[in-house]
Design a protein around this ligand. Structure first.
Ligand code: TMP
Length: 216
C-alpha cells in the first residue's frame, strides 16, 4: 500500500495541554459556516471499538486489574485503533465529501511510540503505509513548552497513564513533532500555543481557510 494524501483530512497535534479541544471547535465552526459537512473525531478512538482500545491504552496505572502495556503492545494497539478509525469513520466521511478533523493521528505515534518510547521509526512508517494507508492534507501542530502544557493538563485533574510520564518523555515528544514539522513544512503548520487560547484558535482558523482556498 502506498500512502495517499486525503486533502479533506485535517489533523491536530501537540503535547499535553496544548489546547487542541478549543482549536478543534473553532476549526469545525469555520468549516460549518462555509457550508461544509464536518466530522470531528479523535485518536486513539473515533469508533466504538477504537474507543474501547483507547480505554485500555490510557487506563491509569493504579486502576484495578491494570497491566502496563509493553512498548510494542502500546504501538500495535494505537495502530489497531487507527485501522478501525480509518475504515469505520474517516474514509466513509471523506467518501461522502465531508471534512474530517481528527484530534491526533499517525504523527502522534511517531512522536510518542517512536521518539519518546524508543520504537523504530521505520517500523512505524511501515505500519503507516500498510495499516493506515492515508495521510492528512493539513496538520496543525500546537506547540507549547513542556512545563506550560503539563501544568495545564495536570491542572485539569484525572491524569491518564501517558500523561503521568516524566517530563523528559514529553520533551522527546515535542522535539519529534517539531522535527516532523521541519521535514514536512507544507503539510505540518506550527502554531505557537503559548498564546491566549483565542489567539491560537484565530491563527489555526486562518491557516485552515488559506489551505481550503488553495484547494479550490
Ligand atoms: P489526548 O486525548 O489527551 O490527546 O490523549 C491521548 C493520549 O494518547 C496522549 O497522551 C497522546 C497519546 N497517543 C499516543 O501515545 N500515540 C498515538 O498514536 C495517539 C493517537 C495518541
Amino acid at each position: 500500500m502506498t500512502l495517499q494524501v486525503r486533502p479533506r483530512l485535517v489533523t491536530l497535534e501537540g503535547g499535553e495541554g496544548a489546547g487542541k479541544s478549543t482549536v478543534l471547535e473553532a476549526l469545525r465552526d469555520a468549516l460549518v459556516a462555509a457550508g461544509e459537512e464536518v466530522v470531528c473525531t479523535r485518536e486513539p478512538g473515533g469508533t466504538p471499538l477504537a474507543e474501547r482500545i483507547r480505554g485500555l491504552l490510557l487506563e491509569p496505572a493504579g486502576a484495578a486489574g491494570h497491566e502496563a502495556p509493553a512498548p510494542e503492545t502500546e504501538l500495535l494497539l494505537m495502530f489497531a485503533a487507527r485501522a478501525q478509525h480509518v475504515r469505520g469513520t474517516i474514509e466513509p466521511a471523506l467518501a461522502r465529501g465531508a471534512w474530517v478533523i481528527s484530534d491526533r493521528f499517525t504523527d502522534a505515534s511517531f512522536a510518542y511510540q517512536g521518539a519518546a518510547r524508543g520504537g523504530d521509526p521505520r517500523f512505524i512508517a511501515e505500519l503507516e503505509r500498510n495499516v493506515v494507508g492515508i495521510t492528512p492534507g493539513l496538520t496543525l501542530l500546537l506547540d507549547v513548552p513542556v512545563a506550560v502544557g503539563l501544568e495545564r493538563a495536570r491542572g485539569r485533574g484525572g491524569v491518564d497513564r501517558i500523561e503521568s510520564e516524566a517530563d523528559e518523555f514529553f520533551e522527546s515528544v515535542r522535539e519529534a513533532y517539531l522535527g516532523r514539522a521541519q521535514a514536512e513544512p507544507d503539510r505540518i503548520r506550527v502554531v505557537d500555543a503559548r498564546q491566549p487560547a483565542g489567539t491560537v484558535a484565530t491563527q489555526a482558523v486562518a491557516l485552515l481557510r488559506a489551505y481550503r482556498e488553495a484547494l479550490r
